[in-house]
Design a protein around this ligand. Structure first.
Ligand SMILES: [Zn+2]
Length: 199
């Protein structure tokens, strides 16, 4: 049994559910917040409330923003005939930083995984096919992780998209095996997308 008040236990429990945090680090964070009760806590609480109220998921690409459709989907300077397919929002942001890519994105929301029971219906594949058909897309760039699940998903997508008769390309080598885009430097991402190859 914990000797701390319920309020603290609740906070610890909530923080321990965040990625990368266990009970010990959750406790450290809570104690730190309590130490900064008058400075850090109010701004954290209000930022969480503001984020909860204003941040929405883009109904087209799956990005998160304060407008829907998001600022990328509504940017008329972008090439709306090319869509780069990524696993998650952090990958989108990593590629977005690379100014050489001026197309649109599509967030799948994960990759196929037999182990975790994630099938095609659990990912945003259907909306992708719809976008391709509705917008006369000319090229799909697949930028999924170089892992077994990532590449299984890439092959599945290629099969599905090839039926629609449009070009499918994949990021070039330079993205390390198991590499997550989020961790790569801008130069590597930029080179991988500029020298993409037919898939
Ligand atoms: Zn969008």
């Amino acid at each position: 049994m914990s000797n701390s008040p319920n309020e603290i236990d609740n906070l610890e429990h909530l923080f321990s559910r965040l990625p990368g945090l266990g009970p010990r680090s959750a406790r450290r964070i809570v104690l730190h917040l309590l130490k900064k009760k008058d400075t850090l806590m109010p701004s954290l609480a209000s930022s969480l409330t503001v984020a909860m109220k204003s941040i929405v998921s883009c109904s087209l690409c799956g990005n998160i923003d304060i407008i829907n459709p998001c600022s990328i989907c509504t940017d008329i300077k972008r090439d709306n005939k090319v869509i780069c397919v990524v696993e998650g929002v952090t990958d989108l942001w990593a590629l977005q930083k690379v100014s050489s890519f001026r197309g649109l994105f599509h967030v799948l929301g994960g990759v196929l995984s037999a182990l975790d029971g994630i099938g095609p219906a659990d990912l945003r594949i259907e909306p992708l096919i719809r976008r391709i058909n509705d917008n006369k897309i000319s090229e799909i760039i697949i930028a999924l992780p170089v892992t077994v699940d990532g590449q299984t998903t890439a092959h599945y997508l290629k099969e599905e998209i090839s039926k629609l008769n449009i070009a499918v390309t994949q990021l070039s080598h330079g993205v390390p095996v198991g590499g997550e885009l989020d961790y790569l430097d801008d130069g590597t991402i930029s080179a991988a997308i500029n020298s993409r190859r037919a898939f």
